[in-house]
Design a protein around this ligand. Sequence first.
Ligand code: C2E
Ligand code: CA
Ligand code: CA
Length: 719
Amino acid sequence: MLSNAEHALPTALIVDDDYVMRMLERETLAQFGFDVLEAADGEQALDMLDDPPPDLLLLDVEMPGIDGFEVCRRLRQRWDMARVPVIVVTGMDDLASINQAYESGANDFVAKPINWPILGHRARYVLRSAQAARQLSELKEKQAAIMRAIPDMIFVMDWQGTYLDYKQGYATTAFVSANELLGKNMAAVLPADVAMPIQQGIELALLRGHLQTVLYKLPMPDGSHYYEARIAPNGVDKVVIVVRDITTQKLNEDKIRRLAYFDTLTGMPNRQNFLERLDHELLRARRNHHQVALLFLDLDGFKRINDTLGHSAGDYLLQAVADRMKEKLRAGDFVARPALDESGLHFARLGGDEFTVVLPDVDETQTVSMVATRLQALLARPFLIGTQEITVTSSIGIALFPADGDDAATLLKHADTAMYHAKDQGRNNWQLYHQSLTTQTTARMALESDIRKGLERDEFRLLYQPQVSAADGTIVGIEALIRWQHPQHGMVSPAQFIPVAEESGLIVPMGEWVLNAACRQLLEWQQRGVCTARVAVNVSARQLRSPSFLDRVAAIIAETGISAEQLELELTESILMDPESRQVQGLYRLRALGVHFAIDDFGTGYSSLSYIKRFPIGMLKIDQSFVRGLPDGANDAGIATAIIAMARSLDLDVIAEGVETRQQCEFLQQAKCPKLQGYLFSRPLPPDEVEILLRRGSIPLPGDHTTSQTLSGRACNPQ
Ligand code: C2E
Ligand code: CA
Ligand code: CA
């Protein structure tokens, strides 16, 4: 690119057969700063082109041999000489030869007689303009190469958006082909929602003289394509627009965003997304003095559905719930402002079966309670999963900004607390957060640490409640029921601490203590010759799920040396819905040792009766809620009778618990319920008191005066 002229003096080759002319020309050009070479004819001139190549030729036309026109023509055929400026010296001042000079490739001409000072200026000018032309063409070539290498589409447009020039990028999918574009206005080619922002970008680029970027989307045969247009001002009334197809990048970005910010199962915003956006929304609400409501929704008994129908059914249900919520919230069925933005801050899935709904600008709590009620009604409509119809209820906790919290995290925590309160209130309802709930939570935590201490300090005791034969009042077993001998609060009922123990996991060590205590008591009675029949011990679901539990049972039996036949474990109905094979196997192992199993509170759960056969269950305990309504409650009577009949057909033993009245007892006797338990026969008693009953062996049934009441020293006959 650098010419000789930039290093040293430019070289001029003078070609003339006339020696005098050559001399005069040399003098002139040397004065104008040229290094001069001479050739006496065309042949010689062509031979001299290489060493060193001249920067300018001054070429006489009339020469013997090859004339000046021919020299010029041949010179131009060489690629490296194509641009060397040539001035032709004509003797003929006629138009024809001037024409011929240009046609053979000359850049300029001078006619004889020569005006010498002008020749010098001309030579300089021709050289300069040739250099400029060469630089320009090199620049153009470079530009063309760059353009070819650019994957983008490039447009030149005027300020009104008319296409002036166009280049298709090799990697950019064109919306309209080039020949359809030129001369047209963008507004006639692109959809209005794309043309408009580009037009604005053009105007801004020209106004401010800065690069503007516009992102847009166009429908293409293979789906939507995303583009980024960079608009650069080009002069005062034109712009260059470089358009890149960013579809792949955009899709990747979207995917990453979705993964980081959206729940993959439901496509709803996730917790992170939700918290960030809620904080934003709160900032705005604070500025505008608006109230914001946060609804925290949790499905009731979702785990049970997951366990009974399988995880994929559970996932499907969550999707269906999400879809139903999205659809209604988008449609604006619940609130005036349908969504905060396209991504929908309005709802999010925090994980599991927990969803949140945000209501911005709520003027009164009534609006919130209406939304909560409608949401619950919406979800309460049955869902079809496969062929199965499922109905779910939900519990909702509500926290309000700014009253219940100043930031997203606090608000969420309080809505969560309120949701738990709704669960405590029997599920399928909504609750507003209030300060006392936090107090309750604190109280719960205090209770937890109290229970822990209670276990360490051995403050728990067992009471025993007899179970009798419905035929003759014989004591067939006793159920161990825990009590807390609290140093300050006196005797605490399990209803107060079992739920907290379950939630915190303390039920595991507590359950182990119960089992140990019951087995040791059993052993002590046996050693003193007291007939105990069977001892029933309650086992909570959480306890049963603890991996070490079943091993511990076997170990305790071995350690105490009691007969496993005398131990009955009362399991909750949920075991039937959670047939985890490891657990079922464990139960069979214990059954093989001799341990009995009963299903407690039977009839309150959701269990599929056909599952019972999969477990080594020997006994059903009819829940006291059904016994309470006997004998007049038609429903309860029906359920109790049905359970008894079903148990018989499955070859299971049955006991009715919570028998308090003579009428209940008689009804159950008539219904052929083989065993009974309840205050009518005995309350749960401390060991020394129950021992007296055990020694007697039976408890008189109402209306029965014949049953023996003494029988101390009766033969032990555990069933
Ligand atoms: P549950 O297993 O259903 O125990 C029967 C409950 O009914 C006992 O309440 C008992 O005192 C009460 N009850 C017995 N007969 C009658 C009656 O005629 N009328 C009425 N109204 N109630 C009667 P308790 O001892 O307060 O226990 C409550 C629950 O706490 C138990 O219900 C059981 O689920 C749980 N629980 C008790 N001890 C333990 C334990 O050692 N481990 C575990 N995991 N849970 C226990
Ligand atoms: Ca029980
Ligand atoms: Ca029970």
